[in-house]
Design a protein around this ligand. Sequence first.
Ligand SMILES: *Cc1c(COP(=O)(O)O)cnc(C)c1O
Length: 221
Amino acid sequence: MSIASQIDFFNTELAGTAARLVVVTKTHAVDKLQEVYAAGSRIFGENRAQEMAEKHPQLPPDVEWHLIGHLQTNKARYIAGFVHTVQSIDSLRLLQELDRQAARHGRVILGLLQFHIAQEAAKTGLSRAEADEILASAAFRALRHVRLTGVMGIATFTDDAAQVRAEFATLRGHFEHLKATYFADDAGFRELSMGMSGDYALALAEGSTLVRVGSAIFGAR
Ligand SMILES: *Cc1c(COP(=O)(O)O)cnc(C)c1O
């Protein structure tokens, strides 16, 4: 199965839904990313800042780079000059550092708040109370170079479809709460990033707008 035919498959799956495809290119060499680009995809997901920074100059400038892995504040500077969206925002401190770095480049970085929705303790992300604390703060409202456009979450890795769907429904609930409470007048707050190779169909059923697919396109890592 070629990369191009797998991307065609996902574009067909997403046709008629609200969702766009994030091709998760982490660990793959630049020639594979060029194949993805040639197949027409423009949203690339990487989980490490340094790896993204190395690949970025080797791809055309119209790629939308999304960081989907945990970002340490001291690594934000590697990607601040070009990253489109940081999907994995999990603290006010990270928002403040991204704001500072984006300002140095005279640009605005988009962000998603990552929520903890899985049962596994290992998966990171905010609780609703933590997100409320960030969004209600004067420190958040003072930021001018980061703009939140939605939420992201990773479901439990399990065959139990009912559980995964319930976790996606929980994330949608967080999105709707934040939208109503803090972003009612902001049409730009509209992204619900959920769904990966194994669970994207359940995520689409719950209203995903960004599905992040790696292994189903490239083969197992
Ligand atoms: C690796 C990764 C994906 C893609 O996972 P696949 O199962 O390979 O599709 C999606 N989201 C995040 C946050 C990831 O780290």
